[in-house]
Ligand binder design. Sequence first.
Ligand code: AMP
Ligand code: MG
Length: 346
Amino acid sequence: MKITLKNCYLFILSFLVVLFASCSVTDSRYERLLGTVCFVNLYESGKENIYDEIFERLRQIDDEFDLFQPQSDLYRINAFSDERPVLVSDDVFTVLEMSQKVSALTNGAFDITVEPLVALWRITSDTPHVAEQYEIDQILPLVDYRNVILNPQDKSVQFTKKGMKIDLGGIAKGYAANEVVRICKKYKVRRAVIDLGGNVYVYGKKKKSGLWNVGIKNPEHPDMAPLVKLTLPEISVVTSGIYERYFETKEKLYHHILSPSSGYPVDNELNSVSVISEDSMLADALTTAFFVLGRKESMKIIPSLREYFGVQIEAVFIQKNHNIFFTKKFPYKYTVLYEDWHSASD
Ligand code: AMP
Ligand code: MG
């Protein structure tokens, strides 16, 4: 079978949402970290020390979460947690705790133990593989977040099954975005746009109106004008879409969000899901979970998620049939920018 890999990590594309959000990239800084382009704009000159601290922090998070660096926490977890408890940093432990909560509240739709499936499909690599059913069947018993044991006393993690591994690609960027915001608050930065590969945080008040415009990409044309324009106060907007990372065969498109129950890339009505919340880590995990659950199931659990986490959770579901669903009583102004796409409601 001939596989044509489409690398959707084009540097220039990752700026699209930010440009839309900020209309100006003066005094900005970017670096390739966390497997993506991390972009921050503080809108003021003379802020070099703050940029330095932000990017040092992002580099530190990148080091801790690097799957392939033998010193990293994640590498040590995957190498040894199936034999003994592995002590991890506060950063990694915080992300693991949130991952486990989201897994439990989404009936396992979000599950960091998908790593063996991610490694089988290799969707984001140069050598993707269309997995055979028998290969998936061998791996599926390793995929279950309930077999990850976290000990908050010593901040250790252990797996109950040999061969288990974890992947934090569905949540780590959200945690990093929260950390950038924490630094902005510490220095009383007035306004900032943070875009860590689609994990967008608009921080502070934009000049004049105080509100920001954030675009959600057109999943069919991610390199063109955004499909939806949202007008928002300080908040995070995180999107997971099938156009982000995928490979195509002649027959089918295989993307990077995997169903922990079937072992295959999720194939449902959705093209992308965006979650809007002040907690970017939660929003990140939920975009992945909602993608797996589909729109109807996600909409059902959103009220209880809001109650549990005590934060705002709004969502935009972009469907393959060109319908765009917003959570009930969506509190932000939005505009659909293409005539052949329509906002819809249940
Ligand atoms: P995102 O773009 O935030 O939806 O994250 C997708 C990434 O999370 C993938 O590239 C995988 O590394 C990982 N992943 C894929 N499927 C799942 C899942 N069902 N639960 C948790 N992480 C996942
Ligand atoms: Mg995610």
